[in-house]
Design a protein. Structure first.
Length: 236
């Protein structure tokens, strides 16, 4: 096992929360010198786990626009079993071309590799690696690290599954008021506007935002809204 993989396995074995896994995703990105790493776990009627290094603003936009239904990467992973490169998907349609342009503007790099993991009862997961490489550089990267990427997909998924079994749903952890503040922020209200609508002080509003962010393991407020939307804790 390579030194990179040994360090990752060590961190995984010590992970006790999704927050730990989120930090690991950033560590994997740095170790393999890619632009982004994304792990998604979900399925019909199941709690979701979403770990990513993308700009949270892009993730929130993606969720609010319902882009999963048109995203060729997500749709291919949802229905497939084999790893795939993003270049080999169909981006020729008007909808796909427009989506790709928005994704690139949102900080997504043009080269990608995704590994689907299909589970029981319609559940599935996906680990993706994303880099702004030249075609030649991307080919070299995959030749060198593809085996590591495949192993990582299963190691990360196994740990995420085990943590999910040990902890309750994040959607159930949020209080009604915490859901209210994240919903209003997701709708584009300023903190002052949202606090006024809820008839609470801005200080109290910030307390609810901070406690919700902590429960969701979010890096910032925008990340918290994105995670809450993805987990089903709030709806917009």
């Amino acid at each position: 096992m390579s030194e990179r993989m040994e360090s990752i396995v060590g961190i995984l074995s010590d992970a006790t929360s999704d927050n730990d896994l989120s930090a690991l995703v950033g560590h994997v990105r740095d170790l393999y010198d890619v632009d982004h790493v994304v792990y998604h776990r979900g399925g019909p009627g199941q709690d979701e786990t979403n770990l990513f290094t993308y700009n949270p603003d892009w993730v929130l936009h993606y969720i609010k626009q319902g882009y999963r239904r048109i995203d060729p990467v997500y749709q291919t992973a949802l229905r497939g079993w084999l790893p795939f490169e993003w270049d080999r998907l169909n981006w020729a349609g008007k909808t796909e071309t427009s989506f790709l342009s928005e994704a690139l503007d949102g900080g997504v790099a043009p080269k990608g590799y995704s590994i689907p993991i299909q589970g029981p009862r319609g559940s599935f997961a996906m680990l993706s690696f994303n880099a702004a490489d030249t075609p030649e550089g991307w080919d070299r990267r995959l030749r060198e690290f593809k085996q590591d990427f495949l192993l990582l997909s299963h190691y990360v998924h196994e740990r995420a599954e085990s943590l999910r079994e040990l902890s309750p749903s994040t959607a159930k952890e949020l209080s009604p008021r915490e859901r209210d503040v994240l919903t209003l922020l997701g709708l584009g209200h300023s903190r002052a506007q949202a606090a006024d609508q809820l008839q609470i002080s801005e200080h109290t509003f910030r307390v609810y935002v901070d406690t919700a962010r902590h429960k969701l393991g979010a890096l910032n407020t925008t990340h918290a809204v994105a995670v809450a939307l993805n987990s089903g804790a709030i709806a917009i």
